[in-house]
Design a protein around this ligand. Structure first.
Ligand SMILES: O=C(O)c1ccccc1NCC(=O)[C@H](O)[C@H](O)COP(=O)(O)O
Length: 213
């Protein structure tokens, strides 16, 4: 199972993360209203960090997204707003970076609405619907994913914490298309600053490298 750690914004914290956790993905927020927003003055240092990087965007223009892909050497683009299938198709024509479409989950999930993205995106990412778009620390009803109808892989997100490991494993058994988890505010000492030891514990428990007490 893959691990994405999202919302990093300080170089030394990123370096610690890579050394001690070695996640599969590191998420960078390019949404200026977020407390985890990455400032462009860091681009040179961030680019040097040796881990596949995911840029998180909320209803931005194609030009803005492509500029960040180039400046930060992004391996994946996470579209976290109301980006249409047309937008995704246009973006896909202009980049080799993976495209992940976020589905903000409220009370229910409408699979019909998502069908048009299949074939255009590399994975879905299911997160809890919130006015701030992301980083809410709240879980949605994961049981809604039991009926996931597509082959395209998906990530689980929204309020995942150390106590979630067993439920994540159970969901993986029910839905093999679950390819990874996205970790954020439940592993922070303050917005944008990660508790690397806590993240390492999560990884070891998830991968069965240590048992849960
Ligand atoms: O984290 C943010 O500040 C954020 C703001 C606006 C859009 C997306 C944002 N985060 C994107 C993520 O992928 C988060 O990891 C995801 O929302 C889960 O966060 P959390 O509920 O804190 O685990």
């Amino acid at each position: 199972m893959e691990i994405k750690v999202c919302g990093m914004r300080e170089i030394s914290n990123m370096q610690d993360l890579i050394l001690q956790v070695s996640p599969d993905w590191m998420g960078l927020i390019f949404y200026s209203k977020s407390p985890r927003f990455v400032k462009d003055e860091l681009k040179g240092e961030v680019k040097k960090i040796q881990v596949p990087k995911v840029g998180v965007f909320v209803n931005e223009s194609i030009d803005y997204v492509l500029d960040k892909v180039q400046k930060y050497d992004l391996a994946a683009i996470q579209l976290h707003g109301k980006e249409s299938v047309g937008f995704v198709a246009e973006l896909k024509n202009q980049t080799t970076a993976e495209i992940w479409k976020v589905v903000s989950v409220g009370e229910d999930l409408n699979w019909e609405e998502l069908k048009a993205y299949v074939g255009q995106i590399d994975r879905f990412l299911f997160d809890t619907a919130t006015n701030t778009h992301g980083g809410s620390g709240k879980k949605f009803d994961w049981g809604l994913l039991d009926s996931y109808p597509f082959q395209v892989p998906f990530m689980l997100s929204g309020g995942i914490d150390l106590e979630s490991v067993k439920r994540v494993k159970d969901l993986k058994k029910a839905c093999p298309q679950l390819i990874g988890v996205d970790l954020n505010s439940k592993f922070e000492t303050e917005p944008g600053i990660k508790d690397v030891a806590m993240l390492r514990n999560f990884k070891e428990e998830l991968l069965g490298l240590r048992s849960v007490n």
